[in-house]
Design a protein around this ligand. Sequence first.
Ligand SMILES: Nc1ncnc2c1ncn2[C@@H]1O[C@H](COP(=O)(O)OP(=O)(O)O[C@H]2O[C@H](CO)[C@@H](O)[C@H](O)[C@H]2O)[C@@H](O)[C@H]1O
Length: 472
Amino acid sequence: MEIIHVSAECYPVAKAGGLGDVVGALPKYQTAAGHVSKVVLPMYRTKFLYEHQWDVVHKSSAYLANTWFDYTIIKERTNVLGFDLYLVDIHGLLDREKVYGYDDDVERFMSFQIAVVDWIASWKHHPDIIHVHDHHTALIPFMVKYCYQYQHLAGVPTVLTIHNAQYQGWIDWGHSDYIPHWDGWRWGMLDWNNMINPLAAGIRSCWKLTTVSWSYLQEMRLESNGLEALFEYEKGKSVGILNGIDDKVWDPAADKYLDHHFNIDSLATGKKANKDFLCQEFGLDPNKPLFIFIGRLVGEKAAELLPRAIGDSLFYINQRMNWLVLGSGETHIEWDLGNMRHFWPGVYNAKIGYNEKLSHQMYAGADFLLMPSRVEPCGLNQMYAMRYGTIPVVRRTGGLRDTVKDFGEPGGYGICFNQASIGDITQAVYRGVELYQDQRTFDALRRQVMELNFSWDISAEQYLDLYKSLVP
Ligand SMILES: Nc1ncnc2c1ncn2[C@@H]1O[C@H](COP(=O)(O)OP(=O)(O)O[C@H]2O[C@H](CO)[C@@H](O)[C@H](O)[C@H]2O)[C@@H](O)[C@H]1O
């Protein structure tokens, strides 16, 4: 089967969060299973671009409204990632250093999608599946169905995976001409609350809709930033498939970012060596349990609760733990978390920014990982943490609910709580501190989480079954 993934991110080419991890891993597993899985993403100016060799495979032009733009498709020469990787170069629009965050993001991702469809439309054959991810690529299912010039692609099955329904890519109706000439009777497929809503258009136009956990699929019908009724309406074509993790990249026995490798047999010494390193680097106490947070500092992750929750847990639990935070996001949260370093020297530290290497070192060296998320479609951090013998402390929501079971329940191994509140977080931290004192139980749980299998093998199979149901 030939599958084309179209995405804004793909690790290690360009990653801003979990989307990059998924698109960097799933195609690898699909290719290993004997399929042709291709990834197409914008050509940003990233390190990966300059460190690899590329061949030009297609050059053409298209319109964005009344503006004619040239695009070039280049392909990585050696298949270094384990699948075919294509980048779309649109000079002046896509060739920037960051993935998102520019004033013209609408124009950037619109022209990217047009170029991708225009390129696929020029092929002599049709791919079996076009698989798009999140709102940046969600207009593609609409375009192949309803844009006159791409009508011959209308029979190609499209799958939309929603990694995060909070962001929908809203476009003003004044820019409806950004979409190549389309069947005007279909305006209702694009509209949601008097705006063009690319995510809503993708949900309506795609053949199958998937989300990255079963629980998130249910939750979206109740809370999805305005699209609740649509998810309810389209439930017949919706499926929840839990993300996996790339167990080659995330392997404590071979992780290229770690100085001290370990496996389940050397868990105690390996974790200690990594923890000692972190504590030394960040001026923390290696004899106390180390709690970490890694992620985007935004409301969805309940990140604005962190300063109070960390402060309260240090105060009320008598500084019987250390904290290390890695993240970037809203400025006031960054500022609060950075500033706290002066109040809690020796037990708290934070690195504000994005740092892939440090994130691996933290999963390896920590005792507990906190995820108090308000919304968590799947969550990868908790799975990475467990693979590195770190106990997850999570709010019961979305994929966190599906992957972590409280150690108080039969067969459980993590710490779970219900509310994204200071009280619930502090209480959960207290349970962690107490658990750490009971070294036998704590060690047994660390072994248990390391043995859990979150590999992509199972989920990749589920995607293939879904594709097969669409291909004649
Ligand atoms: N400052 C920083 N420095 C280094 N690394 C950092 C970092 N901040 C985040 N990361 C990394 O980014 C990834 C975050 O992945 P998540 O899945 O937890 O969240 P995200 O909300 O981005 O993804 C969305 O898509 C994914 C994929 O489907 C869903 O799992 C998730 O629930 C959904 O919100 C992890 O690899 C993490 O280590």
